[in-house]
Design a protein around this ligand. Structure first.
Ligand SMILES: [Zn+2]
Length: 128
């Protein structure tokens, strides 16, 4: 029951991180839940091996499972936090387009992009 609550809180947290950045938060919530469960399974596996090797009480498996799940949750938060806001991504694409444009021949008077062969601007008629 507590685990469902923690997963719910994790989901809300993931949403508050990813949504303002312009990402589809549902995908990252699913990823978070998947990483949580994956971490838990790994934890059970590692815990079982540890219990077997070190003859620990079987209750330790639960601790390992919990630790694995928490690591999975933390990884999902790190992934979400590492996402670049989409606006910035789009902005840098725009910057690349702008630099590509500046490499072309642009009329200094009107900004018209002229052909290499043109001697006069086709828009304003100024000498190039
Ligand atoms: Zn011109």
């Amino acid at each position: 029951m507590i685990e469902i609550l923690v997963i719910f809180c994790l989901s809300v947290w993931i949403r508050t991180i990813t949504e303002p950045k312009g990402y589809k938060w549902g995908k990252y919530v699913l990823l978070a839940v998947a990483l949580w469960i994956f971490g838990e399974i790994i934890g059970v596996f590692v815990g079982s091996v540890a219990v077997f090797i070190y003859s620990l009480r079987s209750g330790y498996v639960y601790l390992f499972a919990l630790a694995g799940a928490l690591i999975g949750g933390i990884v999902s938060v790190i992934i979400a936090k590492g996402l670049r806001p989409k606006e910035i991504v789009n902005k840098s694409v725009q910057e690349i387009i702008n630099t590509e444009k500046s490499k072309e021949n642009v009329c200094p008077i009107c900004g018209y992009v002229y052909m290499q062969s043109d001697r006069f601007c086709r828009k304003c008629g100024s000498k190039l």
